[in-house]
Design a binder for this molecule. Structure first.
Ligand SMILES: [Zn+2]
Length: 68
């Protein structure tokens, strides 16, 4: 299965973050993908292949004007 997630999509991860949230927001796309946890605002940089495996599904598209 290949996921066609895009910049500013909110995605559901297979495993919840340490804070208990499993929704992350894609805030940068490139060779690596930067995701921000919607629970605790922590952000991580993942290689695309790893990101593909970690995402369960795409939930929504959210406009990118809330990045702090
Ligand atoms: Zn978190």
């Amino acid at each position: 299965m290949s996921l066609s997630y895009e910049l500013y999509d909110v995605v559901q991860m297979k495993k919840p973050h340490a804070c208990g949230e499993n929704r992350w927001w894609i805030i940068r796309m490139g060779m690596d993908i930067r995701l921000k946890c919607l629970g605790c605002q922590h952000s991580v940089l993942l290689p695309r292949a790893k990101c593909d495996r970690a995402i369960r599904k795409i939930l929504e598209h959210r406009e990118g004007n809330h990045v702090d």
